[in-house]
Design a protein around this ligand. Structure first.
Ligand SMILES: [Zn+2]
Length: 162
């Protein structure tokens, strides 16, 4: 057995003590920008899918894809962008609609059919307005994103409570 010098022991225990002390006054960890954006998107996406289920089938459980008209359970619907996601159209209520995964993820958004349905749902020229909207650059602070999350959680509750 190797005898340690008392000073060595002391410094070792002091080291541990310091380490544990350093955990106590730790600042409350702020969620990352990605996390707040993901949370905002989750609330927005849920609102869009619920809204479109109600609009297309009258139920909160099933909805039609905006671009191929297939009716699917809400869990199988995405919130699909008419124009690929940019800051300007990221949270666009008219530019994002319930869409099947096949159209959204594998057929480039099925844009031609999507455009026809945008005009049908929102009116002539709205497709062009959405193209303009997508060109804007919007800088959102974490607080903006948190506000978006709150706003859409309220809108979801309103839909669920009819
Ligand atoms: Zn589809």
């Amino acid at each position: 057995m190797i005898k340690q010098h008392p000073d060595a022991l002391q410094s070792k225990s002091r080291g541990i003590k310091n380490k544990s002390n350093s955990r106590i006054p730790k600042k409350v960890k702020q969620p990352s920008k990605k996390t707040v954006k993901d949370n905002a998107w989750r609330a927005f996406s849920r609102y869009i899918r619920l809204r479109d289920c109600l609009k297309t089938t009258g139920s909160l459980e099933y909805g039609e894809c905006v671009s191929c008209d297939r009716t699917l359970p809400i869990e199988l619907l995405d919130a699909g962008h008419f124009i690929p996601k940019k800051s300007g159209n990221y949270f666009s209520e008219r530019g994002v609609n319930a869409q099947c995964r096949s159209c959204n993820r594998f057929h480039g958004g099925n844009q031609l059919e999507y455009r026809k349905e945008i005009i049908c749902r929102y009116g002539e020229g709205v497709d062009l307005e959405l193209e303009e909207e997508s060109k804007q650059i919007i800088k959102r602070t974490p607080q903006d994103l948190t506000n978006i999350e709150k706003q859409y959680k309220i809108k979801v509750e309103e839909l669920l409570n009819g």
